[in-house]
Design a protein around this ligand. Structure first.
Ligand code: SAT
Ligand code: MN
Length: 608
């Protein structure tokens, strides 16, 4: 399609103005069709940017290798450019918006010369749902277009929905000018050096400007930029929640269904939980989302969660037939792989795929690589953040209601992190406010190499630290307000804090995790039914030691350790929150959270 096919005058002008600035050779409006996707992939295969994989092994799939400097989100170059710095809060980088726009406008000048400018109209959430949001991304990267076609709903239907004057979130993206004269411009990874990369959000005007990176959340602007950072601002103003949560459907042997959402920091197994295969008989888990959920009240007073993406942008390393067969099957065809290893017969390979490298590989740098199992320090064949972009409809456990425009009613919300000690396997909050407190203190251990806080815990509230588009203290208040706005408190989801990562003093895992997490889901289900065996403790409501079916290899003593309240450990936790964590929020920290911290401390002291 061309710009002249667009009926929306405001959108047309916005596109033409940006083309006048960036000077592309041509402008193309995406229709989101398979034909368009195929021809863009063909183009990148012909130019050598993409490698077509063996159609017998991975039909319809390709491999990309990014620039080695452009392999992940860059938090230090990600900005919330609100008018006032205070509104960005202590967890975000900030630059005054007019100044940042001036800098970035200079960078965008002529940045698309020699390339095609693509216009991607996309919808987060089903097209036409009253919960969905439309964005339009302008990019000069075909890689971005193809990934966006898998991850979001793109094209004509979205333009029709926009009509002649509908609202969209404007998103600029350019991979940037070639770094130096004479440098080859391969059209997707020229990318700016670090000081010239910007992933910018303007919360007041609801705009996204991205420059100098072609990878993942920096470039697929529907994902973290729109569906989380800008959406949190819209959600605050409109009374809903935009969250870094998976959505799963849990069905009991009796056929009763409960929907659960869960937020974990990265590398804590969100995709694995969303696609879990239960180890308990006749229980079933189905998948609705593995990364992002938008939650709102329905007219019946219940909180509904909607999946907003149409694909998985999953981490490849560690994904195997054992850890997550459903993810592997999802990515078995029509998939874009980025930065994984390539086998001689045109298949992909990565560390933790479950079998040894079959002969010589080409690693993610494009160099020959031979596995050396005696060398623990061997550089990996696949980058640790290498990814598969796979269509959700290929997931064998996709729930039939995954694209229901109303979303699904949520019974339970889980928070969790990687905590070798202190935090028990599971505990339930007393109410929504206490649940918000638990979400606010979520953290994961940091390794010695990245130790940046006294306690060794990196706090990641609601697993949203990098994704809250405004002051995190105000975001906590918004969570509390959402709870208060419920028509009926008894219809609010119950909130849990889980920890699959407890270790013994000598460093062994106490809990097997993966499919056995279904045993914890079962107890959570029973809490929702009101049939669970529970005990009230200083930290919240916990299972009795016999309430959760024990997996093979877990002794009763292990279970006791997993479900005990470590009073001294928690007192240290309280201390860390009080002295090292909460103070950064200043007077933006809601008083209720400080009250709950005090209350927790008194209960712990009383139990000592
Ligand atoms: O790069 S993404 O933000 O899309 C994925 C991630 O880092 O969690
Ligand atoms: Mn994520």
């Amino acid at each position: 399609m061309t710009v002249n096919d667009i009926k929306h005058e405001g959108l047309k002008k916005w596109i033409n103005d940006f083309a006048a600035l960036t000077k592309p050779d041509s402008v193309y409006v995406c229709d989101g069709s398979k034909k368009e996707y195929d021809s863009l992939i063909d183009k990148m295969v012909s130019s050598g940017l993409a490698i077509r994989l063996n159609p017998d092994k991975k039909p319809g799939s390709v491999l990309f290798r990014s620039d080695p400097s452009d392999v992940a989100r860059v938090e230090k170059r990600t900005y919330i450019a609100s008018e006032k710095q205070e509104d960005a809060g202590p967890t975000n980088n900030w630059i005054e918006p007019h100044e940042l726009k001036k800098t970035m406008t200079e960078l965008y000048k002529g940045s698309m010369k020699g390339r095609t400018m693509y216009v991607i109209p996309f919808s987060m959430g089903p097209v036409g749902s009253e919960f969905s949001k439309i964005g339009v991304e302008i990019t000069d990267s075909e890689y971005v277009v193809c990934n966006m076609i898998i991850m979001t709903r793109v094209g004509k239907k979205v333009l029709e929905q926009l009509g002649t004057d509908g609202y969209y979130v404007p998103c600029y993206h350019s991979v940037g000018k070639p770094l130096s004269k004479g440098e080859s411009d391969n059209g997707i990874w020229p990318c700016a050096d670090m000081e010239h990369k910007y992933i910018a959000h303007f919360p007041e005007t609801r705009e996204i400007w991205s420059y100098g990176s072609g990878y993942g959340g920096n470039a697929l602007l529907g994902k973290k930029c729109l569906a989380l950072r800008i959406a949190t601002v819209l959600a605050r103003d409109e009374g809903w929640l935009a969250e870094h949560m998976l959505i799963l459907k849990l069905t009991s042997p009796e056929g009763k269904v409960r929907y659960i959402t869960a937020a974990f920091p990265s590398a804590c197994g969100k995709t694995n939980l969303a696609m879990l295969i239960p180890t308990i008989k006749d229980w079933k888990v189905e998948t609705l989302s593995d990364d992002i959920a938008w939650l709102r009240f329905g007219s019946d007073g219940r909180l509904y969660a909607m999946a907003v993406e149409t694909g998985f942008f999953g981490v490849a390393p560690g994904t195997s037939m054992k850890s997550n067969p459903n993810a592997l099957i999802s990515a078995s065809k029509n998939t874009i792989f980025t930065n994984v290893g390539l086998t001689e017969d045109g298949d992909v390979w990565w560390e933790g795929i479950g079998y040894d490298a079959p002969g010589k590989l080409i690693d993610w740098h494009g160099k020959e690589w031979i596995q050396d199992k005696n060398n623990k320090d061997q550089a990996p064949a696949a980058h640790p953040n290498s990814r598969f972009t796979a269509p959700a409809v290929q997931c064998p456990t996709l729930a039939k209601e995954w694209d229901d425009p109303k979303g699904v009613p949520v019974s339970a919300i889980l928070f969790g992190g990687r905590r070798p000690s202190t935090i028990p396997l599971v505990h339930m909050s007393r109410d929504w406010t206490h649940g918000t407190f638990l979400g606010s203190i979520v953290g994961s251990e940091v390794t010695a190499a990245t130790l940046d806080v006294a306690s060794g815990i990196r706090r990641d509230p609601m697993a949203m630290k990098p994704f809250i588009g405004y002051n995190a203290g105000d975001y906590f208040k918004h969570w509390l307000d959402v709870g208060k706005s419920a028509k009926d408190q008894s219809l609010l989801p119950k909130i849990f804090y889980v920890n699959w990562f407890r270790k013994t003093d000598d460093g062994k895992w106490l809990w097997p995790g993966y499919g056995d997490n279904s045993r914890v889901l079962k107890w959570i289900f029973e809490c929702c039914e009101g049939t669970a065996k529970t005990v009230d403790t200083p930290i919240g409501i916990m299972p009795t030691v016999d309430a959760i079916d024990r997996p093979e290899g877990v002794t009763e003593d292990d279970m006791k350790a997993l479900l005990s309240v470590d009073i001294d450990g928690w007192l240290k936790e309280v201390n860390d929150i009080r002295n090292n964590y909460y103070p950064q929020f200043g007077d933006h920290l809601p008083k209720e959270l400080m009250d709950l911290l005090n209350n927790l401390e008194s209960r712990l002291r009383a139990a000592k």
